[in-house]
Ligand binder design. Structure first.
Ligand code: DI6
Ligand code: FE
Length: 408
C-alpha cells in the first residue's frame, strides 16, 4: 500500500474512541496519504506500506496536533501597563473608568490596519505553534463595530495563509458595549443581530463567510441572558452554531441557555450550577475550561470539575489568549494549570487539548485523534511518558510538528 510518509518506531497516544484512556499504542506507526492519516496503530497490524519517506521516531511519543479551541488572538496594543497599575493596587473598575480595560483594546484594534493586526497576532500564534499547535479558534470581539469586527475576522483568516495551521473563526460581536452605545445595550445587540451576523454568515446566505460560529459574553458586566438569546436566535437564523462565555464571574444561567440552542461549547463555567451541568450533558455541549484566566485574575471559585465529570460532560482546555485576563500563549502551561489548579488528570488534560478541543469546535470528524481519515496533524515529543507534557512548567519538548501530512 502506497503512502506519502511513514512515522515508524513511535509510541502513540491516539485518543481514538475505541481505545481506553489515551488510546496508547506502544509500538506504533502513522502513515499519511494526501494530507490525511491512512493508518495509525500497532506496527504489527499495519498494512505493508511503500512510503515515499520514512521517519524513524526512535521511540518518541506522537499525539494529535494540539488544538486551542478558545482564543482572542487578534487585537491591537497590549495591557501591560494596566497590569502594572493593578499590581500597584488599582482595581479593574478604576482602570476601566480611566479609559482602560476592554475599551482601550477596542481603541487600539480600531486604530490598527488589518496588516497590523496580523503582524501583532503572529508572534502569539508562533508561540503556540512552537508547542505543537495545528488548529486554533480565533474570536473577534475587540472591534465592536461592523467594519472593525469584519477586519478582525479577515485578519484571523489571514493567519492561515501566513502559517501552516488550521484557523476557525468566531464572531464575538457581543463581547462588550462600545462607548458610542453607552446606555443602549439593546441598540448594540440590534447591530450585532441585524448587521454583524448576516455579514459573517455563509455566502449562500448572503454573507462573507467570515465566521463559523457566534459567541457572546453573558455576564453582569457583559450582556444579559435576554440579549444573549437574541444573538443566538439571529445566529440560528443564519445557519451559525453558537457557543458562550458563561458563568465566569457570576451565575447568569448562560450554560443552560447555550445548551438550549445546542451550543458547541460553554466556556469558563466557574459559577456553573447543577441545572446548567444537566442541560449541557443532555445537549452534548462541551465545557471549555480556561485555567489561564482563572490564574491571571486570581479567581478562587473553581469550576465544578467533579460534577462535570460525573455527568459525562466533555471537558476541553484552551488558553483564552487575550490582553486583559489571560495573556497566555502556551497549551503546555494551560495543561499544567488545569492539573494543578483544577485537579484534572493527565489523561483529561491531554484529551482536553486534542480530542475534546476538536469536539468543542465541531471538528471531531476532521481532527483531534490519530485515526484513519482525519487530517494528519501530529505533534512528536521528546518525552518518556505523556505525563511529562502536563507536569513540567516552561520546558518545550516538541521534536516535530506535522500539519496535513507535511513536516512544518
Ligand atoms: N471574558 C474575559 O475574561 C475577557 N473577555 C471575556 O469575555 C476579558 C477581556 C479583556 O479584558 O480584554
Ligand atoms: Fe474568552
Amino acid at each position: 500500500m502506497r503512502c506519502d510518509r511513514l512515522w515508524s518506531k513511535a509510541r502513540l497516544a491516539t485518543f481514538a474512541a475505541d481505545r481506553p484512556g489515551m488510546g496508547v499504542v506502544e509500538d506504533g506507526v502513522v502513515a499519511s496519504l494526501d494530507g490525511r492519516i491512512a493508518y495509525a496503530g500497532p506496527a504489527a497490524e499495519a498494512p505493508a506500506f511503500e512510503a515515499a519517506e520514512t521517519i524513524d521516531c526512535e521511540g518518541r511519543w506522537i499525539t494529535p496536533g494540539l488544538i486551542d479551541p478558545h482564543t482572542h488572538l487578534v487585537f491591537g496594543g497590549d495591557r501591560a501597563h494596566e497590569f502594572e497599575l493593578r499590581l500597584a493596587g488599582a482595581s479593574y473598575e478604576e482602570i476601566a473608568r480611566a479609559g482602560g480595560g476592554i475599551v482601550s483594546t477596542m481603541k487600539a484594534t480600531r486604530a490598527a490596519s488589518e496588516a497590523q493586526l496580523i503582524a501583532s497576532a503572529l508572534p502569539r500564534l508562533d508561540a503556540l505553534i512552537a508547542e505543537g499547535l495545528t488548529t486554533i479558534e480565533v474570536k473577534s470581539g475587540y472591534g465592536l463595530s461592523l467594519d472593525d469586527e469584519l477586519k478582525s475576522l479577515r485578519a484571523a483568516r489571514a493567519l492561515a495563509q501566513a502559517r501552516r495551521v488550521s484557523v476557525t473563526t468566531t464572531l464575538l460581536g457581543a463581547h462588550a458595549l462600545p462607548p458610542e452605545f453607552a446606555g443602549d445595550p439593546d441598540g448594540y445587540i440590534d447591530l450585532v443581530c441585524r448587521e454583524m451576523i448576516p455579514a459573517v454568515a455563509a455566502p449562500e446566505l448572503g454573507g462573507w463567510g467570515l465566521a463559523e460560529a457566534v459567541d457572546a459574553f453573558c455576564e453582569g458586566i457583559g450582556f444579559t441572558p435576554v440579549q444573549t438569546r437574541r444573538v443566538f436566535e439571529a445566529a440560528r437564523a443564519h445557519g451559525l452554531p453558537v457557543k458562550l462565555h458563561a458563568e465566569q464571574l457570576s451565575n447568569q444561567h448562560g450554560a443552560a441557555l447555550a445548551a438550549e440552542f445546542g451550543a458547541l461549547s460553554a466556556d469558563h463555567l466557574e459559577h456553573l450550577d447543577a441545572v446548567g451541568i444537566a442541560a449541557m450533558a443532555k445537549a452534548g455541549t462541551t465545557a471549555v475550561l480556561l485555567p489561564g484566566a482563572f490564574y491571571f485574575v486570581r479567581e478562587t471559585r473553581l469550576p465544578p470539575i467533579q460534577a462535570l465529570r460525573a455527568a459525562g460532560v466533555p471537558m476541553a482546555l484552551a488558553t483564552d489568549c487575550n490582553p486583559g485576563t489571560s495573556p497566555l500563549t502556551s497549551l503546555l502551561l494551560t495543561m499544567n494549570m488545569a492539573a494543578t489548579l483544577f485537579r484534572m488528570t493527565v489523561d483529561e488534560c491531554l484529551a482536553g487539548v486534542t480530542r475534546e478541543a476538536a469536539r468543542a469546535l465541531g471538528r471531531l470528524d476532521r481532527v483531534g485523534t490519530l485515526e484513519a481519515g482525519k487530517a494528519c496533524d501530529l505533534a512528536v515529543w521528546d518525552v518518556e511518558r505523556p505525563a511529562e507534557l502536563v507536569y513540567r512548567m516552561g520546558l518545550n519538548p516538541l521534536h516535530a510538528r506535522v500539519w496535513k501530512g507535511e513536516i512544518a
